[in-house]
Design a protein around this ligand. Structure first.
Ligand code: FE2
Length: 257
């Protein structure tokens, strides 16, 4: 039967929406409660919606009964402090699974390549229903930071680099594309991440905000790209050797985020 997917994401696996130009009080992401949750770098997360409405970030499939990344339960103590962000996550009217703010510390391009991972949003998702994709709303003004999206983790031939100034809005099929962020700066980056179920509501939202793949890629020199690629390979090999020495099956490169 297959899943219901957005045609807008067919070509590249992502779309960039019109940027969000309304001011948002930074208290909405600074005053809410964070939990340590390591994913793709030095991170913490503040959930707005979770499996059972508690302040935790575990995949819904790790709860009882296990379920896919849909029907997230809003956390009143968090959403009360972040009303604008909550409204933005609800705006499409699509089903929301996990919804949380990520805090990411500065890193390097090589870190980012090593951190590239695919999400697991569609684990336990029933065939014939909507495919879960993710919205990313950048909150801080990180003009020199960018998403790296690849079709293949170790193949640089298809790499999209999307700049992340305040208000940047993307929707990404994060189970298809390998993804991570190179965050340059001296302060953490904050971004709202929402799991949405594909369907007519999300399609209408993408159309309303002119979602389309972009070819406006953040520039990175060939030298940095080659050095980053070599460092990714070096760390991958070191990790493989570590697990081989322990006689253990190598763990997945990255945890789901
Ligand atoms: Fe992720």
């Amino acid at each position: 039967m297959g899943y219901i997917k957005s045609a807008a994401l067919d070509e590249t696996g992502f779309v960039v929406l019109d940027s969000y130009n309304e001011p948002v009080d930074p208290k909405e992401w600074l005053d809410i409660e964070y939990v340590d949750w390591k994913s793709s770098g030095d991170t913490r997360f503040a959930p707005l919606a979770s499996a059972k409405g508690e302040i935790e970030c575990n995949g819904f499939w790790n709860h009882q009964p296990p379920r896919t990344d849909k029907d997230g339960v809003w956390i009143d103590s968090q959403t009360e402090l972040a009303p604008t962000l909550t409204a933005r996550a609800k705006e499409p009217g699509a089903n929301v699974g996990r919804c949380r703010i990520i805090e990411l510390q500065p890193n390097s391009y090589a870190d980012c390549l090593y951190n590239l991972h695919q999400d697991d949003n569609n684990r336990l998702n029933p065939d014939g229903t909507g495919w879960v994709v993710r919205g990313f709303f950048n909150l801080t003004d990180d003009k020199d930071s960018y998403f790296v999206l690849r079709e293949n983790r170790t193949d640089p031939s298809i790499e999209y680099r999307i700049a992340l100034p305040a208000g940047a809005q993307l929707i990404v099929d994060t189970q298809r594309l390998w993804h991570a962020v190179h965050h340059q700066g001296d302060k953490p980056r904050y971004c709202l991440i929402t799991s949405w179920t594909s369907g007519p509501e999300l399609d209408a939202y993408i159309e309303k905000y002119h979602g389309k793949p972009t070819t406006d890629y953040y520039p990175v020199s060939e030298e940095i790209r080659e050095a980053g690629q070599a460092e990714q390979a070096r760390r991958d090999a070191a990790r493989a050797a570590y697990y081989a020495a322990k006689g253990q099956k190598e763990k997945l490169a990255m945890s789901e985020a």
